[in-house]
Design a protein around this ligand. Sequence first.
Ligand code: HEC
Ligand code: HEC
Length: 200
Amino acid sequence: MRTTIRLVAGSLSLGVVLVAGVAAAGPLDGPGAAKALACSACHGPGGQSPSNTMPIIAGIAPWYFKKAIEDYAGGRRPSPEMEPYAKYVIQAGVDDLAAYFTGQARQPTAMRPDAAAIERGRAASKQCAICHGESGRGDAAKGSPDLRGQPPGYLRHQMLLFKADRRNPADETLKALKALMKTVPDDQIGDLAAYYSSLR
Ligand code: HEC
Ligand code: HEC
């Protein structure tokens, strides 16, 4: 019994040390580091999502981070998971959190889509380059985000949401993107997701 209590007490203090270690990280980490702990359950440590469905937010452009947060918090980009966290970000300081995630070097997804799908996606990607660039890195002037290295499952899901007008419905600025998505067959959407996730 005593051993159990000591073990529990031991692991508790280890937990406290670990959390304190992250929260009080080096002088290069701004105030966003501690606030970002709330995000790691879904987006992974430092925003490096290991899953196929959760977006990587490490290395995200600050302007795109802010737009996404404002859209979730305002209900324009409907997401029951993100809406409460977006409201938290606005309360905690969107600039601090943007600075923290922008400062993390993006590690591309570990997911490895089928090589044939990547090649089919490459051929279909010409129609996307006008806004996302030849390299897929996005363009701040057009409001288009960097797609490179995102998990394929996440990219595919977002394209299907655009196609069904369920992401930012009624947003006039995204009309051209949605009109284009409606012309892309669902299997080609999977190929495009495979291609962009494979870019580095
Ligand atoms: C409960 C899980 C969960 C937590 C915790 C969470 N998120 Fe998210 N996040 C998601 C999901 C799911 C999406 C994709 C939603 C969609 O379909 O648009 C997302 C999307 C995002 C995006 C948009 C990425 C893109 O490429 O468009 C940003 C930015 C983001 N989250 C930031 C945060 C931040 C900052 C925190 C911490 C304050 C956080 N999230 C906490 C689940 C979560
Ligand atoms: C007319 C310009 C335009 C074209 C063409 C376009 N996009 Fe986009 N795309 C955007 C913009 C702008 C956004 C950001 C929307 C927002 O602010 O929520 C976006 C967002 C996305 C996202 C969501 C990324 C994320 O992190 O959530 C994916 C995936 C995507 N585009 C894929 C594509 C693919 C694949 C094509 C080609 C079939 C394409 N887009 C063509 C402008 C465009």
